[in-house]
Design a protein around this ligand. Structure first.
Ligand SMILES: *Cc1c(COP(=O)(O)O)cnc(C)c1O
Length: 404
């Protein structure tokens, strides 16, 4: 059960007024808000044990190193990776994807094929296009249907002995569709291709089990999981991490450096050059603890109630059309009202205290598919309420009256 009063009291930002109105924060798919324990963890780090890690023999450095490595183990356990060195701490999903895409430059050859889906975030499209430019590999796309689901029969046709890699997100950030990733992974493995799962949008709602999923790579950002910005993970199976070359050179990632030759450290350090976001990583661990204490099953079932309620309510507005109507979706509603530009509605309801995202949501190919410039996206999480959905509804009616 979700104790909504108690939960909301954990988030100082939620009691704010915006433009003189109570804040209704419905942009959780872009980034969600931080509970006080996460904010305190950052303050506590800088006020009591700020120090560089893995280097000093002094007490503070050891304390910081321990806290940083404990966070890695927390993340390992949460995502159920086999080994802690399979969890690389990065600056976020985009950074994680670029580590893999750049690493594969030396592993692909001309004519190899890589597959992405039509439902991807730009950060899971552009790095692969750049990889194709460098290597001469060819990018193929699993198409989507009008409901916003991937067409799996077309995926089957794309797979061949030329396929080396497959990249899909677990949940589409623009539409909320939950993709059948286990099937996608198993089919790719049958023909010997590796799979990267972009979990940025799913892991705030669905706790993944990486060993059961059997993905070769999995990436996510802390800031969509109640953690700070600029932190994330790259999970890779040990065998792949050994094969991939390092992404950046620098301190912390070496075994031995001479001017003739440098040998690299083992994973995870091989991929963690330079001083990392120490406070951010520690706070990421605190955020994971916070969410686990609420419970991902509780979160998912409460969010599903919010989704059902909001869908019914919004569809009462004449001319409102929802994009992404898959049976399997997270609490994201992407919509337009008649031909009104999403930006105009977003601007008016912001004056009423309501924060939604408008635009292409870093997924322009999806907007092109529907032949629209963008959508209004309301994305709900476990601290949102049914009353907030009513406030959204009222604000949309007001905006519609003003603009029609
Ligand atoms: C947010 C998001 C990203 C990008 O994450 P960053 O934290 O901005 O690097 C990538 N993919 C999906 C599906 C997302 O929702």
């Amino acid at each position: 059960m979700i104790d909504i009063k108690k939960i909301r009291a954990d988030f100082p930002i939620l009691s704010q007024k915006i433009n003189g109105k109570q804040l209704v924060y419905l942009d959780n798919a872009a980034t969600n808000q931080k509970p006080q324990v996460v904010i305190d963890s950052i303050v506590n780090y800088y006020s009591t044990f700020n120090s560089n890690i893995h280097r000093g023999v002094h007490t503070l450095s050891q304390k910081a190193t321990n806290a940083y490595e404990e966070a890695r183990i927390k993340l390992q356990k949460h995502f159920n990776a086999k080994k802690s060195y399979e969890i690389i701490l990065t600056a976020g999903t985009t950074h994680s994807i670029n580590i893999v895409a750049t690493g594969f430059s030396s592993l692909l050859k001309k004519g190899d094929e890589i597959i992405v889906s039509a439902l991807e975030h730009h950060s899971n499209i552009v790095p692969w296009q750049m990889l194709c430019e460098r290597t001469g590999a060819i990018l193929k796309v699993i198409p989507m249907n009008l409901e916003g689901e991937l067409v799996m029969s077309e995926y089957d046709k794309l797979l061949s002995d030329k396929t080396k890699l497959v990249f899909v997100n677990h949940v589409s950030n623009a539409l909320g569709t939950i993709n059948p990733i286990k099937k996608i992974i198993d089919k790719a493995h049958n023909i010997g291709a590796a799979v990267l799962i972009d979990g940025a949008q799913s892991c705030p709602h669905i706790k993944p089990d990486l060993q059961e999923l059997d993905a070769d790579f999995y990436v996510a950002s802390a800031h969509k999981l109640c953690g700070p910005t600029g932190v994330g993970i790259l999970y890779g199976k040990a065998a792949w991490l050994n094969k991939l070359p390092p992404y950046q050179g620098g301190g912390e990632m070496i075994k031995k450096v001479t001017f003739e030759k440098t040998t690299y450290a083992d994973s995870p350090h091989k991929f963690e050059a330079g001083t990392p976001n120490i406070a951010g990583v520690i706070a990421f661990g605190v955020a994971i603890d916070y969410m686990n204490a609420i419970g991902f099953d509780n979160i998912a079932s409460y969010e599903d109630e919010l989704l059902q309620y909001a869908t019914k309510k919004l569809l009462q507005i004449e001319g409102l059309k929802i994009y992404g109507t898959s049976q399997h979706k997270t609490a994201v509603i992407s919509f337009n009202i008649n031909e009104i530009h999403p930006f105009d509605i977003g601007t008016i309801i912001d004056k009423l205290g309501i924060a939604v995202r408008t635009g292409h949501h870093c997924a322009q190919p999806i907007m092109d598919f529907y032949n629209i410039p963008g959508t209004i996206r309301a994305s709900f999480t476990f601290y949102n309420t049914f009353e907030e959905i009513d406030l959204l509804y009222n604000a949309l009616i007001k905006a519609k009256t003003m603009l029609c």
